[in-house]
Design a protein around this ligand. Structure first.
Ligand code: CAA
Length: 388
């Protein structure tokens, strides 16, 4: 029987180390890494704040113990932990030294928003923009799929009304801002398009070529891809400077994070407007470059994959879920979250990360592969790690 503390050390310490290395590599700031995990995953604190709270030297020592057991490079304390411990500095000091930067401003006028897609993410994103007062044109392949978007939003608004957090009038007004369309031509005059179609490069390339043909010049073309190269989507158009990533989290109306992903071609104005828009719709934006996993998935999925490997060693799923919620304060245990995200999506992301970084420790857990092969994808199929 493993104690909660051992489960924390096995799953959470490597995640903290990974966060330190992500900062150390210059990929993202202390503030953005912490905000990403708080607002993208609902964690009570960001990983670098947690390192400060446990103590930089203590985290280094605990990792060194773990590294001595496993020999896994991912458990070897990051060099920066050694350095900060030696200097008596913290991540809060690092964040304070980097503080500054004015709030982003709109460099483009955004009045009308387009969304492409009718799945869970697209539906949530339509709701987010309409809730913030924007007129939204959303495009799907059939009337039935368009009705599904209205159904999703109506259900959410009805739940809010039942809790006394909304009114029938407010709902009618919000739904009145939506226009569904089954042809992309309806996007001709929108100021920004956010696409949330299937995570398939060929499909997205075809879409971006089409958006380039249809949407007015000067509009922003955004993708909510979590794993495909945004640079390639930009190159499919004659206006790569207007192409950017806006990575929302599931469920989009609830999770407050948007990762704003610029490619080397994205213009500074498009970046700033997208960050201003993110704030305007009530979300917290963090900035990162076009690389597999961005911030959140890079830190989240290896931890989820480690949890599957721990269970393969004989630990009970419910024990792991409970220990993580108790010791780390995460809102869901790893298996509960895997079932929400979908094992197919999780496996695809883990494969991407393994491919990009080549870390042996990122190799997808055998059980994750098996769940997908068996069609046990999570809540959406009624069974994943848990049964629903
Ligand atoms: N759509 C809209 N609203 C929803 C919702 C949904 N699907 N699910 C819950 N809500 C709302 C509820 O109505 C409630 O709203 P109010 O506070 O206004 O009443 C609020 O969210 C909290 O819901 P509950 O009290 O029912 O449930 P909870 O307290 O257990 O919270 C949760 C649910 C917000 C999802 C929480 O468990 C959580 O934060 N989980 C972590 C989710 C996470 O990590 N997501 C990221 C996954 S990775 C990803 O998305 C990236 C990728 O590329 C795959």
């Amino acid at each position: 029987m493993t104690s909660s503390e051992q489960i924390f050390n096995t799953l959470v310490l490597p995640y903290l180390n990974h966060a330190v290395r992500t900062y150390e590599s210059g990929y993202a700031s202390v503030t953005d890494i912490d905000a990403a995990m708080r607002f993208g995953c609902g964690y009570p604190k960001g990983p670098l704040t947690v390192v400060d709270e446990i103590g930089v030297a203590q985290v280094r020592d605990l990792l060194a113990e773990r590294y001595a057991e496993t020999g896994d490079h991912l458990h070897q304390p990051a060099d920066l932990l050694e350095k900060l411990a030696a200097e008596g500095r913290t991540f809060a000091d690092e964040a304070a030294a980097a503080a500054g930067g004015a709030a982003p401003e709109f460099k483009h006028e955004i009045a009308k928003v387009g969304v492409v897609g009718t799945g869970t993410m697209a539906s949530g994103i339509v709701q987010v923009f309409a809730q913030a007062g924007y007129d939204v044109v959303y495009v799907g392949r059939s009337q039935e799929k368009l009705d599904g978007v209205v159904g999703y939003i109506t259900k959410n608004l009805d739940r809010a009304i039942a809790k006394g957090k909304g009114t029938e009038e407010g709902k009618a007004e919000l739904l009145g801002r939506l226009t569904g369309a089954t042809t992309r031509e309806a996007l001709a005059d929108v100021d920004i398009v956010v696409e949330a179609i299937a995570e398939d490069l060929e499909l997205k390339l075809e879409l971006f070529r089409d958006l380039d043909r249809i949407v007015k010049q000067g509009a922003i073309l955004a993708t909510t891809t979590s794993s495909l190269p945004i640079t390639k989507l930009g190159e499919a158009t004659a206006r790569p400077g207007d192409v950017i990533g806006m990575h929302f989290f599931n469920p989009a109306p609830v999770m407050k994070l948007v990762e704003v992903i610029t490619t080397p071609a994205t213009s500074a104005e498009v970046d700033e407007t997208t960050r201003a828009l993110t704030a305007k719709v009530g979300k917290v934006g963090v900035s990162a470059g076009d690389r597999s996993g961005f911030i959140v998935n890079l830190l989240l999925f290896p931890y989820l994959n480690d949890a599957v490997k721990l269970a393969e060693g004989g630990e009970e799923l419910a024990t792991i879920d409970a220990a993580i919620k108790e010791t780390a304060g995460f809102p869901m245990g790893p298996f509960e979250l895997l079932d929400v995200v979908g094992n197919d999506v999780s496996l695809a992301i883990q494969k991407e990360l393994f491919g990009e970084f080549g870390e042996p420790g990122f190799a997808p857990a055998a059980t994750l592969e098996a769940k997908v092969a068996e069609g046990k994808l999570g809540r959406k199929t009624g069974e994943g790690f848990h049964t629903y």
